[in-house]
Design a protein around this ligand. Sequence first.
Ligand code: KIV
Length: 395
Amino acid sequence: MGSPSALASLPSFPSPRLDLTPAILIEFLWEIGTRANSKKISRKFISNRVFSPFFSHERPFPNTRKWPTCRPTLSRSVFCYNPSVDVVGLHPSMGAAPEVNMSVTSRTGNGKITVPDILQRKFPVGEFENQTQRITCLTAYDYPTARLLDESGVDILLVGDSLGMVVLGYDNTLPVTLDEMLHHVRAVRRGASRALIVADMPFGTFHVSPEETVRHALRLVKDGAEAVKLEGGEKRMEAIARLVESEIPVMAHIGLTPQSVLELGGFRVQGKSVESAERLMRDARAVEAAGAFSVVLESVPRELAARITQELRIPTIGIGAGPDCDGQVLVFHDLVGLSVNGTPKFARQYVNIGEQISRAAREYCDDVRNGRFPSDAESFHAQQWPAEPRKTQIH
Ligand code: KIV
């Protein structure tokens, strides 16, 4: 990682427009005192759950505020960052730029996809320098599907909480529990040997406290996930940073976040107005700054997704976000025609397995009812008994 000249620019005094809470003031003074060593600073701030908006190199970003955004966090400290500057890559435990030494599974050399491999797809190094290859991601919830998708060469298998809707029959993803996720993570783990396995943190598992968030994510990792995904932008910075600090790679998810259905009042395209596009841009920069290794952009205009993709140094993975993202993700059931409640506009159905399943089931029932299944060839035989068919009465 390039060493930033930490003393190059002195921090600016907090904006008088912000509430000058004691926590912000302490953080500001602390920042001045420890500026000389960026590594030390990031440790300090991480361990105190206070994040500095100041130790970053200036990179003006149009249409954003100059002053840091500060928000209270779950742990009752203040989390500040400046959306108008680029903090990525400066801090080992905050930025997830490709050169950052993240504590994750290293390159294995046997074809296994790891988090560093995904990061390097955006900025390939060495022999792959000129080969950016888009990232492929599909959801998987069970052993046979995971195995088939893994063998087909998909880069990332996402055990998504869409599980609730496409497999468990819930109206939305809110009822999905951690135990349900764990059950499916284990099945996918057994089926996959190459793809990176990412598991969704279900609704309620990262909303109460950072400690609880880490505890829940650890359970997903213990059962086979190699990274977790969680929904939300700026307001999830602390959760993301705490997970990364605990060696758990995080895929962020912004735009249409299905777990916000109650707040949003439905599933709608996000980022269509200038204001909401700017908010999304801030979310994208925030999750990158917090240490996410990639970010899902769901249901956002193509132009905005392209802009975010261009701005970020971590890969963007789009779903309903147009073709300019660094990768794409689809819900497996949409891909193969198994979504019984319809397929969204942005999905492409490559095969209609649903129709084939219905036809197969109808033919099977027909065959059984008419005595065509099973046939003699599909039956076992005992040599010592005469082959005298039992007369069964069919009603
Ligand atoms: O749960 C899920 O499947 C997802 C994808 C739609 C990205 O979050």
